[in-house]
Design a protein around this ligand. Sequence first.
Ligand code: SF4
Ligand code: SF4
Length: 279
Amino acid sequence: MAQAPINKIINFSSVDGPGNRMAIFLQTCPFSCWYCHNPETIKACIHCGDCVLTCPSDALHMIDGKVVWDEDKCTQCDTCIRTCKYSSTPKILEMSAESLIKRVREVKPFIKGVTVSGGECMNHPDFLLDFFTLVKAEGLGTLLDSNGFRRFADYPKLMEVCDGVMLDVKASDPAFHQELTKADNSMVLLNLEQLLNTHKLQEVRIVILPNKPDENERTIRYVASIIQDKAPLKLLRYRPFGVRDEGLKELGMGNTSLEEMNRCLDLAKSLNVKDIEIK
Ligand code: SF4
Ligand code: SF4
C-alpha cells in the first residue's frame, strides 16, 4: 500500500469539515502562498542535517544519510523548523494507509469522519485512494482540503471513495494568483466547476486579504457566479500569525478588518450565495 509523509495528526477537530473529525496533514505543496501559516509543510526535507545539532532535546539524528525524528524525545519547541532554510521540517512520519487506519480505529467511536489536508493532500493521490478505501470500510466520512492544483476528474476511483472537497480559491485573477501563490490558477477554476457539477464540492474557501479589497471582491464575484446557491462559501479572515516576511510585507501586520469581512459577506449575499460562514 502507498505511503505518505505525515506532518501532523489531530485526533479530534471541529474546524476541518462537519462534525468531529480526525484531521491529517500531509507534507509538501506546489503553492507557496504569501499567507501560508504552515510554511514548513511546503517542501520535502532534503536531509541536509542542518537542524540536527540545533535540537535541544536530542530528538534528531542522522542515520544512513537521513534525518530521523524521535517523536518521544521531541518537546515541540520548533527550533528545527526555525533552523531549516528549505521550508521543511524533520518532524515527519512516513506512514502507510494500513498503519494510519489503525490510528483512525482508536478514535472511531468519537468521530464522524476524516479530513486530509496539507501541505497539499493531492500531492499523494495513490495514498489517498488506499487510505480512503480503508476509511470507507470503517463506515466513516472522507473529505479532502485542497488548493485544487490537480484535476480531480483524473482520479475517478479516488473520487468514488471521497465524500467531497473543501476547495481553496486563493484568487480568481490569474496574474494576482500567480503573485500570491507562485502558481497558476486555471486548474483550480476548472475544478471549482467540475466538483460542483459532480456534487463533490463540500465548500469553497476564500481568504479575505487586509489590503486587497479589489482582489477580494473579484474573487467573491467569480466564485459566486459559479456556485450561486448550490454550495457553501467560507470567508476566512487573514491573520498574520506564523506568516513569512514576504507575506507580512505584502499584506501588512494586521488582521483583515471586520469592516472588510462584513463588506465581503454582504457582497456574497447580494450575489445569491445562501450558505456563507465567516471564520
Ligand atoms: S521541535 Fe525540533 S528542535 Fe524541538 S525538540 Fe522537537 S525535533 Fe528537537
Ligand atoms: S528539516 Fe530542513 S534543515 Fe532539517 S534536515 Fe531537513 S532540509 Fe535540512
